[in-house]
Write a protein that binds this ligand. Structure first.
Ligand SMILES: [Zn+2]
Ligand SMILES: [Zn+2]
Length: 129
């Protein structure tokens, strides 16, 4: 993966970037997955679709419920809601199977809708008022 602060390639388990000295996921300039430039407030990478927010925080604030719901509804067939919530492996599988022929996406959508969907850290999705 890449340092989100300086774009230097770092180890998956690195806690600090050797080039700039900050935690690799603490920055907001580059996508850790594809090294594309990202906007400071971007929640997903516009190039590869991975979720960018919450990755750096140890406690991990929950992902936004509405964002996940909308991502699942519009891009669920590509597993984008899974990438957003940190389930990268499942996201890739869904991408390759087109959301398990849509069925998996539908199940995920219902789980999100009834607020029974958790992100990769086990946190519930956050509903903002
Ligand atoms: Zn760096
Ligand atoms: Zn990316």
């Amino acid at each position: 993966m890449y340092c989100r602060n300086c774009g230097n390639e770092v180890s998956e388990k690195a806690i600090m970037c050797v080039a700039c000295g900050t935690p690799p996921l603490a920055g907001d300039k580059y996508c850790y997955n594809c090294k594309a430039d990202t906007a400071p407030n971007a929640t997903i990478c516009m190039k590869c679709g991975v979720g960018l927010k919450g990755q750096s925080s140890v406690n991990g604030d929950g992902k936004d419920w509405l964002t996940t719901l909308l991502l699942c509804f519009f891009l669920g067939g590509f597993g984008i809601h899974r990438f957003y919530t940190g389930h990268t492996t499942i996201g890739v599988i869904q991408l390759l199977t087109l959301g398990g022929c849509g069925i998996w996406t539908l199940v995920d959508f219902i789980f999100i809708l009834v607020d029974n969907f958790k992100d990769a850290k086990g946190n519930k999705l956050v509903k903002k008022n």
